[in-house]
Write a new protein. Structure first.
Length: 382
């Protein structure tokens, strides 16, 4: 695999040199396409005659970081650089630099000026503004690509690759390039669709939505309302969640968890989480010192694992006295009866009695824990 990667990198350098040395023509695209086939990049198109030569703007879905390079093997087109600093990297990747770093309105004005010169190649735009795997749905199309001209031609792009995912979220283009050279082959399927003109008095947003629906039907995916900004925010949450220790006791997402009290504003979130889990262990095992519980929770980050370690003797400790355990809120039978106001209710076992029920057998310990849970549930209902 490593030898194959080195060989393909060597051939890829030659492909880059050939594409830079030869002028843009049918011969150059044919030579580069053949050399890409040696690299394992196969490009197919349904019918070249469906491509409208009079159309100045192509609209395609975004699957990989090299979609514009693949379509450029079939026809001459330019894709403006929207992200990244201009320079050699931007030029070597095949993007067109417009010298505009302002708003989208300035970009649209520059693209209109570019399209007004008939000698320039057509524009290839990706309204999703972010790459997806192309299997589930399309991101919501931005409206600015549909403000350049009134006629666009949709291009449906599908990519297949064995063993490795086609597009991985939050990965760099260098990583994607290395994986492309490493896998046996990657197949790009390009389907040209009929041109779509703008309707009378149709807004750019409606025009974008209509083209998005047509592309979604052609690809057999869902036309979503999720934007590239939503994907960016989702990746930020995933990165933030991956940095936090795993907390199996909480099933709520990070954004849905209630905020702690204002008195804990200066306390680290990790300390607050350990303290909450230690309190839960203390309710089950009131005779265990709280400092011992916190020390073990800092290593396990799991309430059930810490309880098992304490019961099976893997964590040594000196039991606290009965007075020390009285500070921990444990629902006794008298407390449950006073809280409910009902005589003759089922008594909740006290903390001392519950600890005596734990035995060496895991089955007996499990039953005792279930009984205490039931008693706590009944007490909470009353």
């Amino acid at each position: 695999g490593l030898c194959l990667l080195v060989l393909r990198l060597f051939i890829g350098v030659h492909v880059f040199l050939v594409s830079c040395a030869l002028p843009d023509s049918v011969l150059r695209r044919f030579i580069v396409r053949v050399m890409c086939s040696v690299l394992g990049l196969f490009v197919r198109q349904n019918d070249p005659r469906l491509r409208d030569a009079s159309v100045r703007v192509y609209i395609a879905n975004h699957v990989t970081q090299f979609d514009h390079n693949v379509i450029n093997l079939l026809t001459s087109c330019n894709t403006p650089a929207l992200n990244g600093a201009p320079g050699f990297i931007c030029w070597s990747r095949g993007f067109m630099e417009l010298g505009v770093a302002g708003s989208r309105a300035e970009l649209v004005d520059s693209l209109k000026v570019y399209s007004s010169h008939r000698g320039n190649p057509p524009l290839l735009l990706f309204p999703e503004e972010a790459a997806t795997n192309g299997r589930a749905g399309l991101l919501r199309f931005s409206s600015w690509p549909f403000s350049v001209l009134d006629v666009v031609q949709p291009v449906a792009l599908q990519v297949q690759r064995p063993l490795v995912a086609v597009s991985v979220a939050d990965s760099s283009w260098i990583t994607e390039l290395l994986w492309t050279f490493f896998v046996p082959f990657t197949v790009y399927q390009v389907r040209w669709m009929p041109s779509v003109p703008r309707r009378a008095e149709e807004l750019s947003e409606d025009f974008a939505l209509r083209v998005q629906e047509l592309l979604a039907v052609e690809l057999g995916v869902v036309s979503t309302r999720l934007t590239a900004a939503d994907k960016t925010e989702h990746m930020k949450r995933l990165r933030h969640t991956s940095l936090l220790p795993f907390a199996p006791a909480s099933s709520q997402p990070l954004a849905a968890r209630p905020r702690g009290p204002s008195s804990l504003a200066g306390v680290a979130p990790e300390d607050v989480r350990i303290a909450a889990m230690a309190q839960r262990v203390k309710e089950v095992l009131p005779h265990v010192p709280l400092e011992v519980i916190r020390t073990d929770l800092a290593q396990t980050s799991c309430v059930d694992t810490t309880i098992a370690n304490l019961l099976e003797g893997r964590v040594p400790f000196f039991p606290e006295s009965e007075e020390a355990g009285a500070d921990v809120p444990a629902p006794a039978a008298s407390q449950a009866a006073a809280a409910s106001g009902i005589q003759g209710s089922v008594a909740v076992p006290s903390a001392k009695a519950a600890t005596k029920q734990f035995a060496r057998s895991p089955v007996e310990r499990h039953l005792s824990l279930q009984e205490r849970k039931r008693a706590l549930y009944d007490y909470a209902r009353r």
